[in-house]
Design a protein around this ligand. Structure first.
Ligand code: ATP
Ligand code: MG
Length: 335
């Protein structure tokens, strides 16, 4: 559905540039939930903004390709779209719910007005009555009663505002929805409720989700596959159950031991010592090696490529010298 190849994103230009996303290959399949996790600063939001071309300055996409495969017609080369094409593409084919989105509703407009604007911008021929009916349906879809249509954002709870944002993201029935920490500002009960509803909507409407959070327990519960990011690179990728059952990369293992398990045997909580790397002074070799409990000779020397480990599930990929078979097939698509 969405094929990301060799994506690079920098902040700043020339000598001042720091690279926040390095050569990321990632595939989002039709109808799946792909979870993206990693510590704060690992580049998750930068990746999401880069691939939707919503990077705030001084962010620039420095290389790579993003292809959106349609069921009908040729793929869309997202990074090559003109501004006008991009406006038509965004919301209609890929929509994004931002980090802290519930605060991005316009405070001086009613919920109805904001939903109407999204619909009208893409369907200028729609009638007022038609838009109103659509807006009602959308609110109902996310579990808000239609009489809230005439509310202002401040009259809604945080959870409701977040649901309105999700309704806006689904308004034009996109095939891809990117959610960057969609529920982080909400309490745990509300998070689960909204994500549960989202899973149901996805079954009904069939869109694919790139779900970004630093909360691995949420990811494991709501994703089909999970990719782990460290220092701007994908370091591991696997079906959610496999990743949870047995992490290959020591960083993934550290993340899994940083939150309490919801199901199954209790893990010891150890966390990860040290702090994420400084983009201006990335360690040589594997960026994780200075913090890695299992680092050995090659780790500081050469960057381990992302690839399938030997004699393992071919749907897995890891970039770690402990699993050196990865060296044979960098960047291959995950079946
Ligand atoms: P979080 O979990 O906190 O949301 P993240 O994984 O989304 O983190 P990003 O926000 O993508 O991380 O940041 C990745 C890196 O890019 C960080 O090191 C950050 O300092 C850097 N960065 C982000 N925005 C800018 C900017 N406008 N200018 C310079 N560097 C930036
Ligand atoms: Mg972020």
């Amino acid at each position: 559905m969405l094929e990301i190849r060799g994506l690079r994103v920098d902040y700043g230009l020339g000598d001042q540039a720091v690279r926040a996303v390095h050569d990321v290959d990632l595939t989002l399949h039709r109808g799946e939930v792909l979870g993206l996790a990693g510590e704060s600063g690992s580049g998750k939001s930068t990746l999401a903004y880069g691939l939707t071309r919503l990077l705030p300055p001084p962010g620039v996409v420095a290389g790579g390709q993003v292809l959106h495969h349609r069921t009908d017609g040729p793929p869309v080369d997202v990074l090559a779209l003109t501004p006008a094409q991009l406006r038509a593409y965004r919301w209609a084919e890929t929509s994004i719910v931002f980090q802290g989105a519930m605060n991005s509703l316009n405070p001086v407009h009613k919920v109805s007005t904001q939903l109407h604007d999204v619909i009208r911008a893409h369907e200028p021929d729609s009638t007022r009555a038609g838009r109103r009916a659509r807006a009602r349906d959308l609110l109902r879809l996310v579990g808000i009663s239609a009489d809230r249509l005439d509310s202002y954002p401040h009259q809604l709870s945080g959870g409701m505002r977040q649901r309105v944002m999700i309704a806006m993201a689904l308004a034009l029935e996109p095939q891809v929805v990117i959610m960057d920490e969609p529920t982080t500002a909400l309490d745990v009960v509300m998070q689960r409720q909204i994500l549960g509803q989202l899973a149901e909507l996805r079954r009904k409407l069939g869109f694919a989700v790139l779900f970004i959070t630093h909360d691995l327990s949420l990811l494991v519960e709501f994703s089909d596959r999970i990719a782990i990011m460290y220092g701007g690179r994908i370091v591991e990728e696997a079906p959610a159950a496999q990743l949870y059952g047995r992490a290959l990369h020591p960083y993934t293992d550290g993340l899994l031991h940083s939150f309490p398990a919801l199901h199954g045997p209790r893990r010891e909580l150890t966390g990860i010592p040290g702090s994420p790397p400084d983009l201006r002074a990335m360690p040589t070799g594997c960026a994780f090696h200075p913090r890695c409990p299992r680092a050995f000779a090659p780790c500081a020397g050469e960057l381990p490529p992302l690839g399938p480990p030997a004699d393992d599930d071919p749907r897995r990929a890891v970039a770690c010298w402990l699993h050196p078979a990865g060296a044979t097939a960098p960047g291959r698509p995950i079946p």
